[in-house]
Design a protein around this ligand. Structure first.
Ligand SMILES: *Cc1c(COP(=O)(O)O)cnc(C)c1O
Length: 311
């Protein structure tokens, strides 16, 4: 049974104009087209479509996470409590629970950093071709985006350092970057951290950390001991295969975490996401499989690109 469709009145001329100009100027995030929609549009078999646009895990969800979600269904009448996941992340990485901020995806954490530190009259520095959300989060607060030209498609850290102005409050760095797949070496990043003004927040977005060869991973958690302005973000969406549940986190100084928690929505990570993330964190064999599959895929692609003479 469908209810009778209501009809909307015309908007008063000035209603939407009252929204700040910087909000009206936002170009909405364009997600990759869902497989179901493409299948419908083109008359294709869904099973034969491979979607690459959002870097979702081709192995699907970790079996342990899936079991945990099933077991948690009975508890959905309750509001979520992130304590156990924050504790598990803290224990796994050796950081105090007060240094962990959970997000509805790490995207949510990026938004919290923007809410806590950006406003009209302030600025954020990030690279050209960096993750699209940095520009969106900055613009939604009416802050200015300082976009630094890329070097070899990646972050030009010395240029980014030079681009920091007195009104700059945040620098966003994706390492590795999406969509260009570039990364900066640990030594270069550490040198950058040492030189950045101490009152500028540096967000190190490590959404793909688990896909890096162990020797390429930055000791970013250890850097938290020396850099109170560092915010490391990670996610369960990629190597852990939980993109649809939306869960990620930030690691940062507890006083910065307290600020992020002020702008965080209460209950921002749902019950199913919490239990799935706790289970996924322990599913080392799933993450190892994701890693191995990605290395194989990357090798195949880079070999092919080399043969085609592509950079
Ligand atoms: C996918 C991605 C994220 C955020 O993903 P969430 O699903 O919101 O955790 C953040 N940064 C980069 C670079 C990404 O590619």
């Amino acid at each position: 049974m469908h209810a009778k469709r209501i009809s909307m009145p015309p908007t008063p001329l000035d209603l939407c104009e009252r929204s700040p100009a910087y909000v009206r100027a936002i170009a909405p995030y364009q997600p990759g087209k869902p497989i179901t929609e493409l299948a419908r549009e083109m008359g294709l078999d869904e099973a034969r479509i491979v979607k690459l646009a959002s870097n979702e895990n081709p192995l699907g969800i970790s079996p342990r996470a899936r079991a945990a979600v099933g077991a948690a269904l009975a508890e959905l009448a309750r509001y979520p409590d992130g304590f156990d996941l924050a504790k598990a992340i803290g224990a796994r990485l050796g950081v105090p629970i007060e240094a962990v901020v959970l997000g509805n995806g790490s995207n949510d954490v990026l938004e919290m950093v923007a809410s806590a530190f950006l406003a009209p009259g302030r600025a954020a520095v990030f690279s050209a071709h960096a993750f699209a959300v940095y520009a969106l989060a900055t613009q939604a607060r009416g802050a200015r985006s300082i976009v630094v030209p890329a070097k070899d498609w990646g972050h030009d850290l010395p240029a980014m350092l030079g681009a920091i102005t007195p009104e700059t409050r945040v620098v966003f760095i994706a390492n590795p970057n999406n969509p260009t797949g570039t990364m900066v070496a640990a030594e270069a990043l550490e040198a950058f951290l040492r030189r950045v003004p101490r009152d500028v927040v540096v967000v190190l977005d490590e959404a793909y950390n688990e896909y890096l060869a162990p020797e390429l991973r930055c000791p970013s958690v250890a850097w938290l001991e020396r850099h109170a302005n560092l915010v490391v973000t990670r996610t369960f969406s990629k190597a852990y295969g939980l993109a649809g549940l939306r869960v990620g986190y930030a690691l940062c100084h507890p006083e910065v975490a307290a600020l992020l928690n002020r702008v965080r929505q209460p209950f921002n990570v749902n019950n199913l996401a919490l239990v799935a993330a706790i289970a996924a964190l322990d599913d080392e064999s799933f993450v190892a499989q994701s890693y191995a599959l990605n290395v194989a895929g990357m090798t195949r692609l880079t070999d092919g690109f080399r043969r085609l003479g592509l950079d």
